[in-house]
Each structure stands twice: as C-alpha cells, then as structure tokens.
Design a protein. Structure first.
Length: 131
C-alpha cells in the first residue's frame, strides 16, 4: 500500500495561520470563511466561498426573508400596489404612497430601491412638482 501524503499546509492570507486545504480552491482558512447569520433569530455560523466573504450575511434565503420581514422591509405587495408606487413616486413622497397603500413607509422606500436597481424606475429624474 502506498503511503498517504497529506497536502501541504497553506498560509491563510487573511489571518496568517496555516491550514490544510480540503480542496484545491480553498484559499482561506475555515475560520476566516465563517460568517454569522445576520438574522438574530438564527445567528448560526456558516462557511462561505472565499469570494463571498464580507458579502454573505445570511445562512439561507429563508433567514434573509425572515429578517427583512421582521424589519418591515419585505411586505408582500400586489402587482397593483407595485404599479401604484411606480406611477406615483415622481410626485408623491414615500410616506404619502405608504399612506395611500396602507403599508409601512420603509416598505415603500425599500420597494423604490428595488425598482431602481431593477431599472423599473429612474429616481435621478425624480422632480417634485411645484404646487
Ligand atoms: Zn484565516
Ligand atoms: Zn440563518
């Protein structure tokens, strides 16, 4: 039987400790790739791919949704409500739209961010009409 040759230790570029890579692509030690889930109800430590270190904040989509819902950011809005925001964001404030729709103002602000990111609205062109 041939002798098992362990892979060479690598030095973690982040913390400088040596570690034994489990895969050829692991370029950081396990500790440095551990992230705590941002959802306080979960708080689980999970390991992420090196390129997602500093970006990943939730261990799962479920935790992300749960946490955002808790913060009042994720409100299930109908397509009509979405459309109402799109139609009115130029001449109403987020607070006014929220009142009209009977939802949390932060939810409207959040939706505006999403729509902007998706390119459905262009907030840079936003001009409040003089009354
Ligand atoms: Zn490290
Ligand atoms: Zn979690």
């Amino acid at each position: 039987m041939g002798k098992f040759t362990p892979k060479r230790d690598k030095i973690c570029p982040k913390c400088g400790s040596s570690y034994l890579p489990r895969t050829g692509t692991a370029n950081m030690c396990y500790e440095c790739r551990e992230v705590q889930c941002n959802n306080p109800e979960c708080g689980k430590m999970f390991s992420v791919k090196p390129h997602r270190v500093g970006k990943a904040r939730y261990c799962s989509i479920r935790c992300q949704k749960k946490h955002m819902a808790r913060k009042g950011l994720l409100v299930m809005m109908s397509e009509e409500q979405d459309q109402y925001i799109i139609n009115n964001y130029e001449n109403k404030t987020a607070g006014e739209i929220a009142d009209d729709l009977g939802v949390n103002k932060r939810a409207v602000t959040y939706k505006l961010e999403v729509f902007t990111r998706e390119g459905r609205i262009t907030r840079t062109k936003r001009v409040r009409k003089d009354v």
